[in-house]
Design a protein around this ligand. Structure first.
Ligand code: UP5
Ligand code: MG
Length: 190
């Protein structure tokens, strides 16, 4: 069990913008607990949970799983963690997700990262990934991009207005991108 108040970072960006890749680097350098909402949902599918088939259908369509389900998974991980520093990767994906998290967790993020990447680059990266994800095909990618534009951009705008957003140019080498990320967390290191 944790004793310190949580330090929460939301990591946002379109499909294939490099959220997971940069989260791994943040973990290495700054010691966060990385919670990928997508990975938690995929684990639910693999574990034959009661929501598994609904989650699979939703992911295949590039749509958003109901907030209660995702927030419950995140909450469980946060409660079990003895690390108080969290990177929440790929969530919240809609204003509805955001409100559900803030209400249920009674917490807001301290920092929000936005990996800003052109669509052509995101499509290229996702199609090259080859890890057998059911949503890494051109039809589903197009749907994921549409859902991102329609529902996730408003969340990004919300945090920009609240002065919490750090927009990162997600084009370049992994190391070049991390050099934009590093100073954001270095500022909290004392
Ligand atoms: N790569 C990384 N960085 C690179 C660089 N600088 N240059 C060149 N290549 C680079 O990277 C993608 C690929 O690009 C990799 O092969 C990588 O090596 C390379 P990655 O770091 O995996 O990008 P990421 O942004 O994490 O891409 P991901 O596909 O995971 O993003 P999504 O947001 O689409 O996927 P997620 O797993 O978060 O969600 C999947 C689905 O789950 C959603 O579509 C939705 O249906 C559902 N979902 C919900 O319903 N609710 C949630 O809260 C979360 C998910
Ligand atoms: Mg990811």
């Amino acid at each position: 069990p944790r004793h310190k108040a949580p330090f929460i970072t939301f990591v946002l960006g379109g499909p294939g913008s490099g959220k997971g890749t940069q989260c791994a680097k943040i973990v290495e350098t700054f010691g966060f607990n990385h919670l990928s909402a997508g990975d938690l949902l995929r684990k639910e599918i693999a574990s034959n949970s009661e929501y598994g088939s609904m989650i699979l259908d939703t992911i295949k369509e590039g749509k958003i799983v109901p907030s209660e389900v995702t927030v419950k998974l995140l909450r469980r991980e946060m409660e079990l963690s003895d690390n108080h520093k969290f990177l929440i990767d790929g969530f919240p994906r809609s204003e509805e997700n955001r409100r559900a998290f803030e209400e249920i967790m009674e917490a807001e993020p301290d920092v929000v990262l936005f990996f800003d990447c052109p669509e052509e680059e995101m499509v290229k990266r996702v199609l090259n990934r080859n890890q057998g994800r059911v949503d890494d095909n051109i039809d589903t990618i197009k749907k994921r991009l549409k859902v991102f534009e329609a529902l996730n951009i408003p969340v990004i705008d919300h945090y920009a207005k609240r002065g919490k957003l750090h927009k990162i140019n997600a084009v370049g080498s992994e190391d070049e991108i991390f050099e934009q990320v590093r100073p954001i967390f270095a500022a909290y290191q004392h």
